[in-house]
Design a protein around this ligand. Structure first.
Ligand code: KDG
Ligand code: MG
Length: 409
């Protein structure tokens, strides 16, 4: 079998997605996700200009060889653009392999290690009543693990907090980050945040009891010492994990955080290769790997990093926001089904319009996500629907401190 075409589809059904569709001479097609939030067209161009010409004529069966060829022959290794492009090819080839075999990809990765994937939902509120409402809503939706993000007095706009309360009965705005034609400025004050957050978790624990798994995303904003203090202050509330407590590019920081707290740590959503995370795993400085199939080079490296992590009792907590497309989500669901050291899957649910563009076999029942048993990844692209939605320039926000200094967002 040979690859005869590889097309890059950019579509924006409520948000931008970059999808690679690989076609073989036998008419089998495979899909891959190459979406890089806020920098989408750079990956589309990388694929079109530098990867598609290399794929034509190759045997789609040789996934590992193609991965190594794209990684090594480019000379300029790693980086989010390169690795998202390689990820899309890797996923598309696994999709094709599954379709040819007549099996879902998780079967090719070793078969199911569980009935389905435990997931976490997202709650936020500008005050405690709003936050409690939001948590109740997520619980009713089937989640038994919930990420809690809250406003902080004195900070106007805060990561992960919806700007409006949900109207009763309506789905919650899970991913409230502003997306605008130019980046909007938000404000930040770490001391105010550190003072406020433990009280919120105390109130949530008192209201919802000890069973509910609670998570929190620090979104890279603290120094190691601040993160260590927050981890300690949150210990009485028994978090499932504290995510991205320090900027991810300084992995040394986690050594200090780890020395001071037993709050479990999760990191990796912005990592794109094993070299970003290997020391964190082998030194047991983290508990959960947050890497996403889309930004980590695809299914092949995600499976490998999790097998490596298994040696150190480190589990998965793959990044599943809505900027990972349904194809990327499916790819990591198949990995999550197969590995022994699965931990928890982030699940943000895509919009109805997105689900019309990406027809999926996934199921979500009683908090358990399953990729379905269709051959391959279980996602098909409805190209007519995709063509309806043109690319929209959409930047993430950024932060400034009170004195005007740019801070991590
Ligand atoms: O593109 C950025 C988002 O994916 C990120 O802000 C979401 O941190 C995030 C999360 O944990 O889902
Ligand atoms: Mg995060």
């Amino acid at each position: 079998m040979k690859i005869v075409a590889a097309d890059v589809v950019v579509t924006s059904p409520t948000r931008n997605f970059v999808t690679l569709k690989v076609t073989t001479d036998e008419g089998v097609t495979g899909l891959g996700d190459a979406t890089l939030n806020g920098r989408e067209l750079s990956v589309a161009a990388y694929l079109k200009e530098h990867v598609v010409p290399l794929l034509l004529g190759r045997d789609p069966a040789n996934i590992e060889d193609t991965w190594q060829f794209l990684y090594r022959s480019g000379y300029w290794r790693r980086g989010p653009v390169t690795m998202a492009a390689i990820a899309a090819v890797d996923m598309a080839l696994w999709d094709i392999k599954g379709k040819v075999a007549g099996m879902p990809v998780y079967q090719l990765l070793g078969g199911a290690s569980r009935r389905g994937l435990s997931t976490y939902g997202h709650a936020s509120g500008r005050d405690l009543p709003e936050l409690f409402d939001s948590i109740r809503h997520e619980k009713e939706h089937g989640f038994s693990a919930i990420r809690v993000q809250t406003s902080v007095p004195g900070i106007k706009a805060l990561y992960g907090v919806a700007a409006q309360a949900q109207a009763s009965g309506e789905r919650y705005d899970y991913e409230p980050a502003q997306r605008t034609a130019l980046p909007v400025e938000e404000d930040w004050d770490t001391r105010a945040y550190l003072r406020h957050l433990p009280g919120v978790f105390e109130a949530v624990r008192n209201e919802f009891g000890p069973d509910l798994a609670l998570l929190h995303d620090g979104h890279h904003r603290m120094t190691p010492l601040q993160a260590a203090r927050l981890g300690k202050d949150l210990e009485p509330y028994d978090l499932f994990w504290l995510e991205d407590c320090t900027p991810a590019e300084n992995q040394e920081a986690l050594r200090l955080v780890r020395q001071h707290t037993t709050t479990p740590l999760a990191i990796g959503e912005v990592f794109n290769s094993i070299y970003d995370i290997k020391d964190l795993i082998s030194e047991q400085l983290i508990d959960y790997v947050r890497c996403a199939s889309t930004h980590f080079g695809g299914i092949s490296p995600l499976k490998k990093v999790m097998d490596f992590a298994a040696v150190y009792q480190v589990k998965s907590g793959f990044h599943g926001p809505t900027d990972v497309s349904p194809v990327g989500l499916a790819a990591q669901m198949h990995v999550g089904m197969a590995i022994h050291n699965f931990g928890l899957q982030e699940y943000m649910e895509h919009s109805e319009r997105t689900n019309a563009v990406f027809e999926q076999s996934l199921t979500f029942v009683d908090g358990l996500l399953h990729p379905g048993d269709n051959p391959g990844l279980g996602v098909e692209l409805n190209e007519e629907e995709a063509a309806k939605y043109e690319y929209q320039p959409a930047y993430l926000p950024y932060n400034r401190l009170a004195d005007g200094t740019v801070h991590d967002w």
